[in-house]
Design a protein around this ligand. Structure first.
Ligand code: ATP
Length: 248
């Protein structure tokens, strides 16, 4: 199986403070890769460096065999990105925003179908600014999928979605994966990671503390459940105990 994303020894500092340290990852085509870690662990910075939207200090990155900083145009049609905050006109409607996005690409998905699949077709004529947080989140996933990308980057995939919507998103992504889509996602929900990810990497203060599959993460920890193992790797559990005892 070929590699869709290859990152080698990536490092990045802000004002000389390192936030991504020698991160190496490899994502095979048609698989789902989860980049995990606590708030501030360096996930978004890593994604921005991979996409070439942020300069990094050292290391190499290739997406579909090319350097994203040098071949931005070539990758534009093949890579979808879910933005947390998108810039759009105040009064623009859902349908108009989808249309504008569609006009940027040569080959596109039928956005009416995506809006239906994601359960927000009834919002077609609503201004984006009136959508609820979860509806907007779904719209941003749709915008990332409009170019029918080969790879999609989804940062905080289902943050703000209710339980039903989360399950629906998982189902849609799983079916896109079977059609060959490669997905790199970040998530704070370990049930989601278990349901979707073929492999994962856990970052702690910018460093990889675990790399492998969910089952390997459990096996290499003293825990039985993945969420406990994740907390064990990131030491969040210790902090939680500290807080509980401090509050006692
Ligand atoms: N532009 C910036 N200038 C300075 N420091 C920054 C900048 N952007 C991010 N940081 C810092 O870099 C670290 C990593 O941030 P990043 O956003 O990559 O983390 P994250 O893992 O995506 O977190 P979260 O789960 O909260 O989204 C944090 O300590 C953050 O405060």
């Amino acid at each position: 199986m070929k590699e869709a994303i290859k990152v080698n020894q990536l490092s990045k500092a802000y004002n000389e403070l390192p936030v991504v340290k020698n991160v190496s990852i490899s994502v095979k085509k048609g698989t789902v890769f989860g980049l995990l870690g606590a708030n501030g662990a360096g996930k978004t910075t890593t994604i921005e460096c991979i996409l070439g939207t942020k300069k990094f200090d050292s290391g190499t990155v290739s997406i579909l065999g090319v350097d994203p900083q040098k071949n931005r145009k070539e990758l534009f049609e093949k890579v979808g990105v879910q933005f947390q905050e998108a810039n759009y006109q105040d009064r623009i409607t859902v349908g108009e925003l989808c249309q504008v996005t569609q006009s940027l690409y040569k080959k596109t998905a039928i956005y009416h179908n995506l809006l239906k699949e994601f359960g927000i077709f009834d919002k077609l004529k609503s201004p984006v600014s009136t959508l609820s947080g979860g509806e907007r989140q779904r719209l941003f996933i749709i915008l990332a999928l409009i170019p029918e990308p080969e790879i999609v980057f989804l940062d905080e995939l289902t943050t703000g979605l209710d339980a039903r919507a989360r399950r629906d998103v998982w189902k849609i992504l799983s079916s896109l994966k079977t059609k060959g889509l490669t997905i790199l996602l970040t998530s704070h929900f370990m049930d989601e990671v278990e349901a979707l990810c073929d492999s994962i990497c856990i970052l702690k203060k910018g460093e990889i503390v675990f790399y492998g599959t969910v089952s390997e993460a459990i096996a290499q920890s003293p825990c039985e459940k993945f969420e406990d193992a994740y907390l064990w790797y990131t030491d969040e559990e210790d902090k939680e105990y500290e807080n509980i005892s401090n509050n006692a």
